[in-house]
Structure formats: structure tokens, C-alpha cells
Design a protein around this ligand. Structure first.
Ligand code: FES
Length: 120
């Protein structure tokens, strides 16, 4: 069955707006102070709430700078926590064993779609 974009969905961007092996940040939904970010790796897109489980700060030091220089892990610029791209689990740093809040994501006609409530 063909997937469709529903009223409760939010289109973040087109898939090609996120470079393979790269990341991109997005503002939160209206009424939220917390943004989202997406990482594209190995043909998949992973979306997380942009709040570190350590003390809730946004992760990136500069726009779209969510990954380490080798683009192997997500890194929090505040205190250096590192998270697996695949599941958001912290593997080193002050919140080791905790995880970023994952957002369900779908690809619909080349668009990256999440629930409109993600980040609220
Ligand atoms: S806020 Fe992310 S490591 Fe401290």
C-alpha cells in the first residue's frame, strides 16, 4: 500500500537534503524549545530529539555539526558524550548507558517524515 503524508505528520526535508554520512538539525514543532536532528548512514535515516540525556542541552556546537570528525558517532559538544548513530545509546561520557530520544521516521516519496508532535 502506498504510504501517504497525514495531518499528524511533519515533513522535515527531502532525503537528498541530508548528505549520506552526514547530519542536519531542525527546529522543534511550534511550542517546543527542543529541536530535532537527523543522521543519514548506510541508506537509513535516524532522527533524534536534540537534547542530551546528560543535562538536556542541545548537542551541536555549530549548525548541523552533530557527528565526530570521522562521522562514526554522534557527539555532544557540552561534555563530550558520544552516542551510537544506530540507536542513540551513549557509549562514552557522563551519560553512558542512557540514550537520545529516538523519533520514528518514515520516507514518503523521498521526503523525511516524522510525527508532528516529535520534540513536544
Ligand atoms: S550535556 Fe551532553 S554531555 Fe553534558
Amino acid at each position: 500500500m502506498e504510504q501517504a503524508i497525514e495531518a499528524e505528520d511533519r515533513v522535515l526535508c527531502r532525503l537528498e537534503d541530508i548528505p549520506e554520512g552526514g547530519a542536519k538539525g531542525f527546529p522543534g514543532p511550534p511550542g517546543s524549545f527542543v529541536g530535532l536532528f537527523a543522521v543519514r548512514k548506510d541508506g537509513r535515516v535516524h532522527v533524534y530529539v536534540n537534547a542530551c540525556p546528560h543535562i538536556g542541552l542541545p548537542l551541536e556546537p555549530l549548525p548541523d555539526r552533530f557527528l565526530d570528525t570521522r562521522k562514526q558517532v554522534i557527539i555532544c559538544s557540552a561534555h563530550g558524550a558520544r552516542f551510537r548513530i544506530e540507536d542513540g545509546v551513549c557509549v562514552t561520557g557522563p551519560c553512558i548507558g542512557e540514550a537520545l530520544e529516538a523519533v520514528p521516521v518514515r520516507l514518503v516519496d523521498g521526503q523525511v517524515v516524522v510525527p508532528a508532535s516529535a520534540g513536544l
